[in-house]
Design a protein. Sequence first.
Length: 96
Amino acid sequence: MPGKFNCPKCGGENEYNGEGETVRCQYCGSSVQPPQEMLNRAATIRLSSKAKIWIIVFVIVVFVIPTCVGFGGTLVGIVASIIGTLAGIFASIFGG
C-alpha cells in the first residue's frame, strides 16, 4: 500500500511503502514521518493480515482436524468390523 507524500523539510516527493514509522527523504536525506493517516492505514493492513492468518489457524484447529480425526476413526472402526466379521467366518469354517 504505497503512498506518496511531500517532505516537510524540502518539499520533495517521497514514497511510503507501509513499513516502519519513518522514511529517509530521497532529496534532502532527512528522516521524516509520513502523514498519520498513511501510518494508520499501514498498521490496519498489517493487523488485518495477521488476523486472517489466526482465523485460518483457528478454523483448522477447531473444525478441520477434529473432523479428519473423527472420519479417520470411523474408517478404522469400519475396517476393524470387516476384519472381525471375516475372522469369524473363517473361524467357523476352518476352526471346527
